[in-house]
Design a protein around this ligand. Sequence first.
Ligand code: AMP
Ligand code: MG
Length: 376
Amino acid sequence: MFTEKARAKTLEPNSPRNITRAKGLQSNNCPHSKMEEQKENIHHQAENKNPSESGVRDTPLVKTAGPQDGSTVDPVPAVSPSHGEFSDPVYKEIALANGHINRMTRDELRAKLYELKLDTRGVKDVLKKRLKSYYKKQKLTLSAAEAEKTGTFYDFICVVDFEATCEESNPLDFEHEIIEFPIVLIDTHTLEIVDSFQEYVRPEVNPKLSDFCVQLTGITQKMVDDADTFPSVLRRVVSWLQEKELGTKHRYTLLTDGSWDMSKFLNIQCRISGLRYPAFARKWINIRKSYGNFYKVPRTNTKLSSMLEKLGLKYEGRPHCGLDDARNIARIALRMLQDGCPLRVNEHLHEGQLQGVPSSAPPEGAPPPHNPKGRH
Ligand code: AMP
Ligand code: MG
C-alpha cells in the first residue's frame, strides 16, 4: 500500500517509471482503439446527457450571436423558470458575460484567466467553460441550499482503475481477472488528492500472465505471485474505506474511466471468486460521460490521453499502471470540479446489467462498505 508521500517520490517527472515500456501501445493502432471504443461502451450505452454536467442545469437553452469567425457557439443558460426570475438582472448579466466570452479569442481568454489567477491551460472550449463558470459563481448570490446544489454532492470521490489479465486480442468471453486494485481519494472540498491505496492481486484461473499483459501493464509475474487473492484484497479495501468513514460520516462515490472497471472487471472477478457484487460499487461516475457532456466533446474523443490533452495536461507516470492511471483520472476530475462540473453518478449495475442513471435521479452517496459475502 502506498502513502501519498511515498507515492510523490515515485512520481518524479524523470523517474524511470515514467518511461513507457510498452511503446506503441498508446498509439491509435487497431487493437487498442477497438479496446478503447469497447471500454467507452459507445455502442452499447444510450447517451446519458446530464444537464447539471452540461453546466446549464435544468434551464432552457438560447443561442447567442455567434463569434465573428462564424464558428459554433455554446448555448447560454436562459433565465431559469424554476426561479421565476425572468427579469432578474443577475441572470441577464450572466447571459451578457457568456455572450462576450463566446466572442473572445483563445489569447483573450487566456489573458483574462491569467488576470483572474485561474488556470490558463486547455483548448478554447475548455477555457470558455472555465471563465463562464467563474463569472456565474461570482455573479450569483447563492443561498446555502443553492450553493450545495451547484457543488458536487459528495465529500470524497474514490477513483478506481483496475488492471486485469489480458491477451493481445481478448476474445469477448475472456475471463479477465483483476491483478491491480488501486484507489485514489479526492477530497472535493479542498480539491486535493488526499490518499491512495494500491495492492496487486494474484489471479487464480489463469495464474500465468501473458507476455502481452506484462508489457502492457508493467505488472510482473513475481508481483502477482507475491500478492493475495482477490477476496483478501477486497477485505483490505473495505477496511481502508471504513477507516476513512466513507458512507458513514462522509458522503462518497466511486469514479472510473469508462464503464468497464465495474461492469466488466469487478463483475467477472466477483463471479470467479464466488463473492456477491459489493453494494458500494453498484453506482459510479463514468468520467468519460461527464467529460463529454460538460465540455461538449464527442464520446469518441474521451479516452484518457485525449481528455488530459484537451485540458492542457500531460500524463504523469506509466500508462496502464493502475495507480498512475487512477491518479491521472483524478487530475481530470479535479479540473472538472474546479471548472464547475458537479460530477454526479451516471451509471449503475442492475442485476449484472450496465445502466445509465437519469440526471433527474436525486443524488445519493454510496452505502457504507461491508466485508464481501459469498454468493449463496
Ligand atoms: P487500462 O485501464 O486502460 O489500463 O485497461 C485496463 C485493462 O484493460 C488492462 O489491464 C487490460 O486487461 C485491458 N486492456 C487495456 N488495453 C488493452 C489492449 N490494448 N489490449 C488488450 N487488453 C487491454
Ligand atoms: Mg488502467
